[in-house]
Write a protein that binds this ligand. Structure first.
Ligand code: EPS
Length: 361
């Protein structure tokens, strides 16, 4: 099961090809709306004000509302690109932006809206993720949920996951939303940007998904999450906090009644344990800033770069649905691989109940 995307931020359209989806899954264009809206720009004052309709066209792989097993091609036409915003920086490298590395690699680039390196590309990951989430939920009862766990220095005081969809930050503590609004308003006025952290949990993942060495579940999740624009770090379970832990603290003790804890984040040896899966992703502050920064242009002249136009002061704010999609795509791929190899093994005893999950009472 693979997904590839195509398209540029200011090209005529963006799209994806999803290959390997089993036949018979019901899917309609309107089912993409909810997640595409969760990711989109212009849905609050705290994101870029570019307004895209993000209307999905299903070009192939679906007949009479059901997937056929052949490649599914999805397309979204770009409708609100303002390429003149990029006229003055077309030959400049924004410090901290992929402008420079794309130029070094290809010797030319489409500077409009960051071209292929734009966060616009993540739209199609979310679209593909809609199919993976639906298949996982129907076939295995798997639920995937993303939420934000840090903006700059601010971390949640509490975790009530029912609050996440009711605020533009995907924030799990409703009591802090006013503080975040004020923080983001001040940040936007200052012209600067900030990083953020997004966690994803997946409930209902059965034990056994993931390959033992090549194609470990955690390795594939890390690669998938790292492939999102602006991501600089991924943790599974306790992640880097495990460095300071003792073995007696980190190990998740087992009794017939259940796992006592879940420091491992639901994965041991690259294979799911049946516990809640937990990943955390670090997003850097965006680099398109109206505050001047030192750089050079394509001719090697030293310059000051100023980026005008419509940009996200905290791209992580829109990333919860993107991270969910990447996790769902990896899980669907691993589920199919597991089924192909071990489908006839069946349930193996003893199956140990999971520890209470993140956000559970
Ligand atoms: C982006 C800059 C803005 C964002 C864009 C990502 O685009 P533009 O410069 O064309 O107005 O709106 O994100 C999206 C369009 C999207 O759908 O996510 C950038 O610099 O990466």
């Amino acid at each position: 099961f693979t997904v590839t995307t195509f398209g540029e931020s200011h090209g005529p359209a963006i799209g994806c090809v999803i290959d390997g989806c089993p036949p018979g899954l019901a899917i309609a264009p309107e089912e993409f709306r909810h997640d595409l809206d969760r990711r989109a720009t212009g849905r609050s004052r705290h994101t870029s004000q570019r307004r895209e309709a993000d209307e999905i066209e299903i070009l192939s792989g679906v007949y009479q509302g059901l997937t056929t097993g052949t490649p599914i091609a999805l397309l979204i036409r770009n409708t609100d690109a303002r390429s003149k915003d990029y006229g003055s920086i077309a030959e400049q490298f924004r410090p901290g932006h992929a402008d420079y590395s794309y130029w070094q690699k290809y010797g030319l680039r489409d500077p409009r809206g960051g071209g292929r390196s734009s966060a616009r590309e993540t739209t199609m990951r979310v679209a593909a993720g809609v199919i993976a989430k639906k298949w996982l939920a129907q076939r295995y009862g798997v639920r995937v949920q993303g939420f934000m766990t840090q903006i700059g220095e601010i971390v949640p005081r509490g975790y009530d996951l029912s609050a996440v969809e009711d605020n533009p930050f995907f924030w799990p503590d409703a009591g802090q939303v006013a503080e975040l609004e004020g923080y983001m308003d001040a940040l936007r006025k200052s012209g600067d940007s900030v990083g953020g952290r997004v966690d994803v949990i997946a409930d209902g993942v059965p034990p056994g998904w993931g390959e033992p060495i090549y194609g470990k579940l955690d390795g594939e999740l890390a690669a998938a999450l790292m492939s999102i624009n602006a991501v600089k770090g991924v943790e599974i379970g306790d992640g880097f906090a495990a460095v300071a832990q003792k073995g007696t603290e980190h190990r998740d003790e087992i009794s017939r009644a259940g796992f006592a804890s879940n420091h491992a984040g639901g994965i041991l040896g690259g294979i799911s344990t049946g516990q809640q899966l937990r990943c955390s992703t670090a997003f850097k502050p965006t680099s398109s800033l109206r505050l001047p920064g030192h750089s050079v242009d394509v001719h090697g002249n030293e310059i000051e770069v100023v980026t005008t136009g419509r940009h996200d002061p905290c791209v992580a704010m829109r990333a919860a649905p993107i991270c969910e999609a990447m996790v769902a795509l990896v899980l669907m791929d691993q589920a199919l691989r597991h089924r192909a190899q071990c489908g006839d093994v069946g349930e193996v005893a003893p199956r140990i109940p999971a520890a209470p999950g993140f956000g559970d009472a």
